[in-house]
Ligand binder design. Structure first.
Ligand code: GLC
Length: 512
């Protein structure tokens, strides 16, 4: 029998993203909270995930729903308190589930005491913790950089009191920290230690590619000047800062992980953030989220990832959905069949998969009426609350902060747990199959020849364990020459029987 790889856990494991506002509401106020997560750990243990990544739960005025942090070392009362966090961490660990938390090093809230001090006077000791420039006076920002989520607005805001511009690559309420200031580096290291000492298993580091900046602050040139600066911002100094974070994390026992949100345009941009094995353990690669439902496009992306990551011995990451973009079911046309087939792709690629809470229910984005829109970045749909029960309240307070996704009763955890043919059970079978197969967790990957519209690959572990995966992304039934027993089928049909060689459109099979 093959021995399961246990180390490092973040290579073989599956990470599940919880957006705390949307996951589970323990106190009935319509907003999810940490106690809600703790109370639903049984769902995650049943599903079989290895780790949870919690999006921010820190004190925040919520201009960007928690990504505008006013205190990096405390829990916002909306989500609970530090004791609630400690209970969640202890209970998750008792179930063998690791907890990774969000670190937001690029910016703070404008309400953070650091920024309040910095903006109080040009001579304040914290002035240089942020990025201040004169520009051409109050009407001419220092350069043409655009901020994100502000509809083509400048990445600079004029401060009337001190008569300078401050930089914010996101909202004006999210001033950017100045990582050229050693005190900022030290302060962020103290934040990391605060949480690592508490026992967290690592960090998902928000827009980590942004923290270094060209000291000349040059204008962005086309086509980048049309887009928010954060889309292309990269500076070599960032790598030094990440190496510093890595040294700090490596100083702790237990394989603490650094997962960077490198939200850059392609794999060639992302790859350098692994460094020489001395930067990020995992860098988010959003290539798959930009891929159409098209076999040849997927084939190219997979080849590119191999070509650019393998020489660095960098371990890929796979993401289909998160709190910043339409869910993959919605992106790929809304049908359940494709969402199921996509689950097989996500969980059988070589690399670490990230699930976004609710994708195991096959959720689509909520349709949010104009009067209920709350996010300036247009991301409310994918942040709809998770339906736990089939009752009208779905396990939430009377008035959840966003409307539920479509068909919430039928797609609730309760309804799907009771139905072995559900999407939820498909995810559970896949996670089990993955955990028990060295080929799927650690094995190499070889793309196989396949008819047009079909994507096929084989995973092989050094001990000989093998799996073959075939996905039909075309419009017609495909015939493929692969033999073996169907272990998991996206439509649930024919499992544990020999593969017929025929695959309907929008279906996928995992073959042993
Ligand atoms: C990241 C987060 C996103 C947030 C932004 C600014 O992209 O995922 O939700 O708005 O950073 O912090």
């Amino acid at each position: 029998m093959s021995v399961l790889p246990t180390s490092p856990w973040w290579r073989s494991g599956v990470v599940y993203q919880v957006y705390p506002r949307s996951f589970a509401d323990s106190d009935g106020d319509g907003v999810g909270d940490l106690e809600g997560v703790r109370q639903h750990l049984d769902h995650l243990a049943w599903l079989g995930v290895d780790a949870v990544w919690l999006s921010p739960f820190y004190r925040s005025p919520m201009a960007d729903f928690g990504y505008d942090v006013a205190d990096f070392c405390d829990v916002d009362p909306l989500f609970g308190d530090l004791a609630a966090f400690d209970r969640l961490l202890a209970d998750a660990h008792a179930l063998g589930i690791r907890i990774v938390i969000d670190l937001v090093p690029n910016h703070t809230s404008d309400q953070h005491p650091w920024f309040q001090a910095a903006r109080s006077s040009r001579s304040d000791p914290k002035r240089n913790w942020y990025v201040w420039k004169d520009g051409g006076g109050p009407h001419e920002p220092p350069n043409n950089w655009l901020g994100a989520f502000i509809d083509g607005g400048a990445a600079w805001t004029w401060d009337d009191t001190t008569e300078q511009w401050y930089l914010h690559e996101f909202l004006p309420q999210q001033p950017d920290l100045n990582w050229d200031e050693p005190e900022v580096v030290a302060a962020m290291e103290a934040v990391m230690r605060f949480w690592l000492d508490r026992g967290v298993d690592g960090f998902r580091i928000d827009v980590v590619h942004c923290i270094g900046r060209d000291p000349a602050f040059p204008d962005d040139v086309p086509p980048w000047s049309e887009l928010p600066h954060c889309v292309s911002n990269e500076h070599p100094s960032t790598h030094g800062h990440i190496r510093g974070m890595r040294r700090l994390a490596d100083g702790y026992d237990g394989d603490r992980v650094l997962i960077g949100e490198t939200a850059l345009p392609g794999t060639q941009w992302v790859a350098p953030y692994y460094g020489d094995g001395d930067e990020l353990h995992l860098a988010f690669n959003f290539a798959a989220t930009r891929a159409a439902w098209d076999a040849s496009g997927w084939r190219q992306r997979i080849a590119r990832i191999e070509e650019l990551l393998d020489p660095r011995e960098a371990w890929p990451s796979w993401v289909l959905s998160n709190h910043d973009m339409p869910r993959h079911r919605t992106r790929h046309g809304g049908g359940e069949a494709r969402a199921r087939a996509a689950a097989i792709i996500l969980l059988t690629q070589r690399g670490t998969p990230f699930l976004y809470a609710g994708e195991e229910l096959g959720l689509e984005d909520a349709v949010v009426p104009t009067e209920r829109v709350v996010d300036p970045g247009g991301r409310d749909g994918c942040r709809a609350p998770l339906p736990w029960t089939s009752s009208p309240a779905h396990g939430w307070g009377d008035d959840p902060w966003l409307p539920f996704p479509p068909d919430a009763s039928a797609r609730s955890v309760e309804a799907q747990r009771a139905d072995p043919t559900s999407v939820l059970h498909l995810y559970q079978r896949l996670l089990r199959a993955r955990r028990a197969s060295p080929a799927l967790t650690e094995g190499g990957q070889e793309m196989l020849a396949a008819p047009d519209g079909v994507l096929a690959w084989r995973r092989v572990a050094p001990d000989g364990d093998q799996r073959t995966i075939v996905v039909n992304m075309g419009d017609d039934v495909a015939t493929v020459e692969v033999a073996g027993i169907v272990q998991v089928a996206s439509d649930g049909l024919g499992e544990d029987a020999p593969f017929s060689g025929q695959l309907a459109p929008d279906t996928a099979v995992l073959i042993r």
